[in-house]
Design a protein around this ligand. Structure first.
Ligand SMILES: Cc1cc2nc3c(=O)[nH]c(=O)nc-3n(C[C@H](O)[C@H](O)[C@H](O)COP(=O)(O)OP(=O)(O)OC[C@H]3O[C@@H](n4cnc5c(N)ncnc54)[C@H](O)[C@@H]3O)c2cc1C
Length: 593
């Protein structure tokens, strides 16, 4: 590691020196009539070198703390496997279930909904009745996998043999009211991708880079260990103001990134934004390449995942919400009011679910010790805010748009509350086939941060469409002539709010054991981690961390975590990593999660 860093630094100095010499030679030559372009290209080349050096360190490993333990449970004759209850069958719960069931634990998943998947679920629907009985799987809402940074999720997809279920979507198309449309294409590691955004933009140019130096520097010298302390009390807007950022860059790049978190962008935490930049932009080459499923979430992911869990002997109990935990003398034993006792419980409910389970638990505790501990756990969780409601509306329309004019996924950050339009008939097989046969397409509209009572009060899809259609037609005028054939709509209020000042309330997965509650651990995207992670990858990572706590307890080797680097690609980070590498080599180190 140390050797690699020294070689890397030397290469960097050598390359930088060569470029400077060439640059000086070049600008001194009489024919030099495009100095700006040459400087830009030289900087590009220099960054390319730095990026290549950085690339090798893009992924950090969190190895098992107990590498000498057996890789799965070893039971003595007649001994029963420990029983683990997992509350919540979303990504976090399913991830924990996979790790534990593969290692010989007896696992029960208890899910409130009739299906697994949580915010990634996929429900059968017949939207075109009575004229057409065709059934579709309607996903919760379009999701993008940043597989090059989602190392935990990528590992699960790999293990389930589902790599062929994903398709890369390299271009991010964004339409605005106040700017030309942008088509951002992933182009190499940072800062090449950033330079490329400026190079290809019709709204910004290289000079914009001078006006984003403040935030570019913050990103380059990103340090996860200080990010919340430094930036969580600031909103993205305040960060931009403090750093004097170019308005076009803020509107075109920063705002759309923040909008995908379903929180109100203006109040969105500057720390979380920098995490997102690190994960989705800086973490390595192709960090910004999005992947989507070729079929519905159910067909592409959830069904094979659920089948693997069933094969591993996992018992899945659906439509059975948990109201409260049963605790005795500070030990979590299972579900309040139910006779079964579990050796460990993983609470992988979403934030609203976790809040209500902890409320119920405080009331249900019969002994003082349990009551005090449950109250202590509930306190910070009750302060974690839930993002405003969001609606996902699917509309089936007779007619199709020219594919070369309208891409499958269009971000619409300036058409609030509309945030995204997805043409399912260009993405998923069943929708594609149906459109080819019947000429009927399916458009999905994401309406986020619905603080406006009128939007959130609509319960009928047709009423939402009536209000939304003029906004959509502004972007896609041809659609005004398409006849509506069917709808599917849901409204939810289950997303953690990532606005400023929230991080201090977010517990870690191990919060129960840290405060003295035994046999209870948590998982979910609303928790904090000690490494950069976000939304789906955070859900899967916390599921794995929770499973690791159980594995440790029973003397089974932990599962390794591979995570995005905690440092941005700045030179200070290179130096810091180099020193860390040296100390690790000489004295050893262990990064606890
Ligand atoms: C519209 C939309 C788009 C998104 N796009 C992306 C994206 O592009 N990329 C990305 O990375 N992430 C995206 N996300 C976020 C991603 O879906 C979540 O981060 C992830 O699915 C969370 O998984 P989880 O297991 O933590 O929670 P959930 O999926 O919410 O699972 C929690 C489960 O717990 C269950 N539960 C709750 N209470 C109880 C109870 N009392 N008893 C039993 N069960 C209970 C719930 O029913 C649910 O099944 C998006 C989310 C939405 C809504």
């Amino acid at each position: 590691m140390a050797m690699k860093s020294i070689v890397g630094l030397l290469e960097y100095v050598k390359e930088g020196w060569k470029i400077n010499i060439r640059l000086i030679d070049y600008v001194n030559e009489p024919h030099c009539n495009c100095t700006m372009s040459y400087i830009a290209n030289s900087i590009y080349a220099l960054f390319n070198r730095v990026a290549a050096i950085q690339d090798a360190d893009a992924v950090e490993r969190i190895p098992p703390v107990n590498p000498d333990c057996p890789p799965r449970l070893i039971l003595k004759d007649g001994e029963k496997a420990p029983r683990v209850l997992i509350i919540g069958g979303g990504l976090a719960g399913m991830s924990a279930a996979l790790e534990l069931s593969e290692r010989g634990f007896e696992v029960v998943i208890r899910e409130a909904n009739p299906i697994l998947g949580g915010r990634l679920d996929s429900k059968k629907t017949q939207p075109l009745l009575p004229l057409d009985p065709t059934e579709f799987y309607a996903d919760h809402g379009f999701h993008a996998w940043f597989v090059n940074s989602y190392h935990q999720f990528g590992d699960i997809i790999n293990r389930l043999g589902l790599n062929d279920q994903l398709q890369a979507w390299e271009k991010t198309d964004i339409v605005f009211r106040n700017y030309n449309a942008e088509a951002i294409v992933s182009q190499g590691p940072y800062p090449l991708n950033l330079i490329n955004v400026l190079r290809t933009s019709t709204n910004m140019n290289y000079l914009t880079s001078l006006r984003i130096m403040g935030i570019a520097t913050d990103s380059a010298f990103y340090d996860y260990s200080k990010i919340y302390e430094d930036w969580d009390e600031y909103s993205v807007e305040e960060w931009a103001e403090k750093r004097g950022i170019d308005k076009a860059y803020y509107d075109i790049v920063v705002k759309p990134v923040g909008a995908v978190t379903l929180s109100k962008v203006q109040g969105f935490s500057a720390a979380e934004m920098q995490n997102m930049m690190q994960i989705f932009f800086l973490a390595g080459p192709g960090a910004d390449v999005r992947f989507t499923t070729k079929q519905s979430f159910y067909k592409s992911l959830l069904e094979p995942w659920r089948n693997r869990l069933l094969q591993n002997g996992v018992r899945i109990e659906r439509s059975k919400p948990v109201k409260a935990l049963r605790m005795q003398d500070g030990v979590c034993e299972g579900i309040d009011g139910e006779p079964e006792t579990y050796d460990y419980t993983i609470m992988a409910a979403d934030l609203p679910g976790a809040k209500s389970i902890l409320e119920g638990t405080v009331d249900a505790c019969m002994d003082k010790k349990s009551g005090t501990l449950a109250t202590k756990l509930r306190e910070p969780v009750s302060k974690c805010k839930i993002a405003p409601p969001y609606k996902i509306l699917k509309v089936w329309l007779k007619g199709l748009l020219p594919a070369d004019k309208y891409p499958a996924i269009i971000e619409t950050p300036e058409h609030s509350p509309l945030n995204e339009i997805v043409q399912y008939h260009m993405l998923q097989d069943e929708y594609k086939e149906f459109a080819a046969e019947k000429g009927i397409g399916c458009w999905e509209f994401h309406l986020y941060a619905l603080e406006d009572k009128e939007w959130s009060s609509f319960t009928e899809a047709k009423d939402v469409w009536k209000k939304l259609a003029p906004i959509v037609h502004e972007i896609v005028p041809e659609m005004a002539d398409f006849e509506v054939r069917g709808y599917h709509m849901n409204q939810y209020e289950n997303f953690p709010d990532f606005s400023k000042g929230q991080h201090k309330f977010r517990p870690q997965y191990s919060a129960p054991s840290s405060i003295g509650i035994k046999k209870l651990v948590m998982a979910g995207d609303w928790l904090q981690t000690s490494f950069p992670s976000f939304i789906m990858e955070r859900a899967v990572s916390t599921g794995r961390l929770a499973a690791n706590e159980v594995l440790r307890e029973y003397g089974v080797r932990e599962v390794e975590l591979r995570v995005v680097s905690s440092y941005g690609p700045g030179l200070a980070a290179v130096g810091r990593k180099w020193i860390a590498g040296l100390t690790a080599k000489w004295w050893g180190t262990g990064k606890s999660a």
